[in-house]
Design a protein around this ligand. Structure first.
Ligand code: PMP
Length: 429
């Protein structure tokens, strides 16, 4: 039964049982309407209510300021690798266009010399359009590869690649003094917590701290650590995350975006202009402007998934009067409990990432005792399962053990894993 196991899978992840029970009922008969939530129209009043409540509760829990909009999208974290490129490149072009028009002395309403504008914009695109990526693990690497696929390598700047000073492996965050940021990038992109490699930014990078309205556009993937610690939302232009780890079930992706990146502050350039400039035109369902304009209901959204996310947020808000700070304290305690158990037996375990960048959410380690790592890890996993500790196998690309320590893992679950780590090492000593 659910009570007998603790599931440490990386995502989809464990969901609180009380939320699932409520959702199961809502799936069959929501609020005595005789219809389940997967059947009700996304255009109904109740659907809008569920969307608006989830948005408000998310904003409350994370203290999202009023000048940010929250969007529910589809396409997962991977969809956002593309969406961020399409949207931020468009914004870069639009801002550049406005600058050129100003330089040409063209005021609103007057005729625009189209050829001249396109020529100047093309020059700017060719010479200056850059998207900056901090590559600190498998997911930021994938995001940068998607950017290369969409706009070409000449427009993608890898600010730093943590494999370079680390034997070709991820596990560290490069010194900020070595980062090579572009002059006026369309965005600076990073992944706050690398799920596969167990690398988490300890805090917001000093180098990226805002310096007024002209500061760079900062975009972060927080798929695997959102809702687990306080974030300085003000420092970000866009934060995105798939729901399936700390927020809810697979199927929705959340975008928190500063309103000055949406109309009326900034318009989306005409597709004809982007086409002339040889830049990609994104699918309409990945357009932040379109999704924002329609309060996330441009097309059929899974209201059932939004409902589950909403129930998780309600549960977090009622458990922690101090909101995300309360959850953060527990997340830190759980991670500390597991890391300390591993550190106590250096002969038996090797923690993969450097201590300075250890993730609180995805704890990656190797089982090293006896010399035969493969056999030791197989044994470790087998013993774990018989102790009710499941989902601990590392990502197929890196192997090893990974304990995903998301919010729904309660402290006793983390303690049970720490105890097993200790017992296993002692038995083999
Ligand atoms: N970013 C991170 C940090 C992830 O962990 C994942 C998935 N595990 C993704 C992006 C991709 O998400 P999806 O599978 O929803 O496309």
């Amino acid at each position: 039964s659910r009570e007998e196991i603790t599931y440490f899978g990386a995502g989809p992840a464990l969901l609180p049982t009380n939320v699932l029970n409520t959702a199961a009922q809502a799936l069959v008969n929501y609020d005595n309407t005789g219809l389940g939530l997967a059947e009700h129209s996304h255009r109904s009043e109740l659907a809008t209510g569920i969307v608006n409540t989830a948005k408000a509760d998310l904003a409350k829990y994370l203290d999202v300021p009023d000048d940010y909009e929250i969007l529910f999208m589809q396409g997962g974290g991977s969809g956002e690798f593309s969406a961020t490129v399409y949207n931020m490149v468009s914004i870069w072009v639009e801002r550049r266009k406005q600058r050129i028009l100003k330089e040409l002395g063209i005021e609103g309403g007057k005729e625009i010399p189209e050829d001249e504008l396109v020529m100047q914009l093309q020059k700017a695109v060719d010479e200056e359009l850059r998207i900056d990526y901090l590559v600190t693990g498998s997911w930021s690497l994938k995001a940068s590869q998607e950017a290369t696929r969409l706009v070409g390598a000449e427009h993608v700047n890898v600010v730093a690649d943590s494999r370079k000073a680390n034997d070709g492996k991820f596990g560290k965050i490069p010194e900020e003094s070595t980062w090579k940021l572009s002059k006026n990038p369309a965005m600076v992109y990073y992944c706050d917590n690398e799920t596969v490699d167990g690398v988490e930014f300890p805090e917001f990078p000093k180098t990226l701290e805002p310096n007024g309205d002209d500061g760079p556009i900062i975009v972060a993937d927080m798929s695997s650590n959102i809702l687990s610690r306080r974030i300085p939302v003000k420092n970000f232009s866009v934060i995105f995350f798939g729901a399936q780890k700390n927020l809810g079930s697979t199927g929705i992706t959340v975008v928190i975006i500063r309103k000055n990146l949406l109309p009326p502050a900034v318009a989306t350039p005409a597709p004809t202009l982007l086409r002339k400039l040889g830049l990609p035109i994104g699918p309409i369902v990945l357009s932040y402007e379109t999704i924002a304009k329609n309060n996330s209901l441009y097309n059929t959204l899974s209201i059932f998934d939004v409902y589950i996310a909403g129930q998780v947020l309600k549960s977090l808000l009622s458990t922690f009067p101090d909101k995300v700070d309360g959850q953060q304290a527990i997340a830190e305690k759980k991670a500390k409990t597991i890391y300390e158990a591993l550190e106590a037996y250096p002969e038996s375990y090797k923690i993969v990432p450097d201590k300075s960048a250890r993730s609180r959410m995805n704890i990656c380690f190797r089982v090293t005792h006896g010399g035969d790592v493969d056999a030791a890890e197989k044994n470790f996993l087998k013993g774990a399962v018989s102790n009710g500790l499941t989902g601990l196998k590392g990502h197929r690309s890196v192997g090893g053990i990974r304990a995903s320590n998301y919010n729904s893992i309660q402290l006793p679950g983390a303690e049970a894993l720490a105890k097993y780590i200790t017992v296993f090492a002692k038995e083999k000593a």
